[in-house]
Structure formats: structure tokens, C-alpha cells
Design a protein around this ligand. Structure first.
Ligand SMILES: [Zn+2]
Ligand SMILES: [Zn+2]
Length: 296
């Protein structure tokens, strides 16, 4: 078992402050937020709220309950490692709080979705959370948005408390901790841990954890033929690229942190800042499964 590499990186599970810092630097840099100022501003509002929830007693307790038993499940090779049923009621209880704190600062469709959830019953909110935990693509996007905002501090807190499975223990395309789909893909040097190669990791859209994944493999359909997996670097910045798949016409955005500018990147934030790449990929007929906070 390799411990915690996901937790050492800035912006990893529970580190909302590092992500917020990256948002603020991008928004203040000249040209740094080209075309992405609105979604970055929205992401900043969400991250500031989530950072404030991390130390709250009910959130700390829920994160602990979600992480409990993870070592036993890993030993028994039972994935995902987090206790997701334990997350349902606490996340559902967080939703009205998130709407009350953020709703009026957000665009109309999100505010309307939030108001509908505030007026719903506990059972309805819990049903929505269960649906989202089962497959985050199932709920209506404006409702899924609120579950994601409300659930982040709890799931990330749980993820930060457990060890990262090694590549021998898990090579799947879903997050080994929470079962969520990957948001982005990252290539980074890992000094001493892996010899003679730059391992690829996927970054979870729900708990922000990282896990290793083969370099030449589609994250959605499992295609492994390199001739069907073209990479596109639409502009001169090699640090961000589109890894496409001709078999299922999907793509994942990959950040090569070894390239110029990679050191400052926080993948879950830079995913939103590079929305122009998503628009470019869509023009090529490629689609992504987990949209970014930019809604693309
Ligand atoms: Zn996860
Ligand atoms: Zn594919």
C-alpha cells in the first residue's frame, strides 16, 4: 500500500483553500482566465463555501463515518472503499445550507434548482443523493450541481482520511475510494516511487482523490489500441491536451504537469480554466462524460 500521495499534492482531497488560491491567481492574471472568467468566478464561490464547511462538527463527524472501515474493505478487495450509504443523510442535510449560503449569488437555473431542493422533503433529498452516488450523470444537472457542492466536504474529508490503493490493488477507471468517474487525467513525476516512466493518474470528480491508471487506455470504454487513441494539443501549450478515443468518441482532458507551467496547475481548477479545449474537442465530434463547472 502506498500512503497518501494524493493527499500531498496541493488542491487534493479536502484542500479547498489551495484550489481557491489557484482560482484567484487565474482570475487576476492577465489573460489567465481567457474565456473562463464566469465559470472560474462560480467555482471560486463554491470553493470558498466548501472550505468553510470543512471544520464544521457535523461535517467532520460525517467524513469520519464515511471513512470508517475502509482498511477492512481494502483488505477484502471490496471497492469502493468509502462507506457511501453513511454519506447519504449527511449530504442531504447539507443541501439546504448550501442553497441558503450560495443560491442568490448563482445564475438563475442553479438558484431555481436549489430552491426546489430546499422545498423538497428529507426523503426526496436523500433519494437524489443516493441516485447521484450511484451515477452522478443520472440526476438533472442543476440538481446534481447542488449534491456535488454539498457532498464535496464530506466525501473529500473521508477520502483524505484513507490510504491511496496502489496500482496492484486497483487499476479501474472509477475512483477506488468513492466509485465516482474521473474528472481529468494527470501525468506527473513521482520521485522514487516509479522508475523510468511518468505515471498517469485519474482525478476523481467527487472526492478529488488521485489513482494510477494505464497511459494508453480509454477511461470510458477501455480501448487499449494506441492507434485509436489520438492525443490533440490544440495550441502551443503542451501542458493541457485532449486524449480522444475513436472507438467511443469520448475524450478526457490530460494535464502533463512536467511541461512548462505545469508546476502551478491545480487540475480540478485548470479543467475549468481550459474550457476552450473542451469547445475545440466538441468541434471534433468528441464528448466528455463528466462536464466541468464551466458546464461543458
Ligand atoms: Zn472519488
Ligand atoms: Zn473509448
Amino acid at each position: 500500500m502506498t500512503f497518501g500521495s494524493a493527499n500531498r499534492r496541493g488542491g487534493g482531497p479536502g484542500d479547498f483553500a489551495a484550489r481557491l488560491g489557484r482560482v484567484e491567481r487565474l482570475l487576476s492574471a492577465k489573460g489567465g482566465a481567457a474565456g473562463a472568467a464566469a465559470p472560474l468566478t462560480l467555482l471560486g464561490l463554491v470553493l470558498r463555501y466548501q472550505a468553510g464547511r470543512v471544520p464544521v462538527a457535523t461535517v467532520v463527524t460525517a467524513a469520519g463515518a464515511v471513512a470508517a472501515g475502509a482498511e477492512l474493505r481494502l483488505a477484502a478487495e471490496r471497492f469502493p472503499l468509502l462507506d457511501l450509504p453513511a454519506a447519504v443523510a449527511p449530504i442531504a442535510a447539507e443541501i439546504p445550507l448550501a442553497v441558503a449560503a450560495l443560491g442568490t449569488d448563482l445564475p438563475d437555473p442553479l438558484l431555481a434548482g436549489g430552491m426546489a431542493l430546499t422545498g423538497a422533503t428529507d426523503e426526496e433529498r436523500e433519494g437524489l443523493v443516493e441516485q447521484w452516488l450511484d451515477d452522478p450523470a443520472t440526476p438533472e444537472p442543476v440538481l446534481g450541481f447542488w449534491v456535488r457542492v454539498a457532498g464535496g466536504p464530506i466525501l473529500e474529508g473521508g477520502r483524505a482520511a484513507i490510504a491511496t490503493p496502489s496500482r496492484d490493488e486497483w487499476t479501474g477507471a472509477a475512483c477506488p475510494a468513492c466509485g465516482g468517474p474521473p474528472q481529468v487525467s494527470v501525468i506527473a513525476e513521482e520521485s522514487g516511487e516509479f522508475m523510468g516512466g511518468s505515471p498517469r493518474s485519474l482525478v476523481c470528480s467527487r472526492c478529488a482523490g488521485w489513482w494510477t491508471f494505464p497511459r494508453v487506455k480509454c477511461t470510458w470504454c477501455g480501448e487499449g489500441d494506441p492507434r485509436r487513441l489520438p492525443s490533440f494539443v490544440p495550441d502551443e501549450r503542451k501542458v493541457a491536451r485532449i486524449d480522444g478515443c475513436e472507438t467511443c468518441s469520448s475524450y478526457v482532458k490530460t494535464f502533463d504537469l512536467r511541461e512548462a507551467g505545469g508546476i502551478e496547475m491545480v487540475p480540478l481548477v485548470d479543467d475549468v480554466a481550459t474550457v476552450s479545449l473542451d469547445l475545440w474537442a466538441n468541434d471534433q465530434g468528441l464528448a466528455r462524460h463528466m462536464v466541468s463547472f464551466a458546464g461543458v
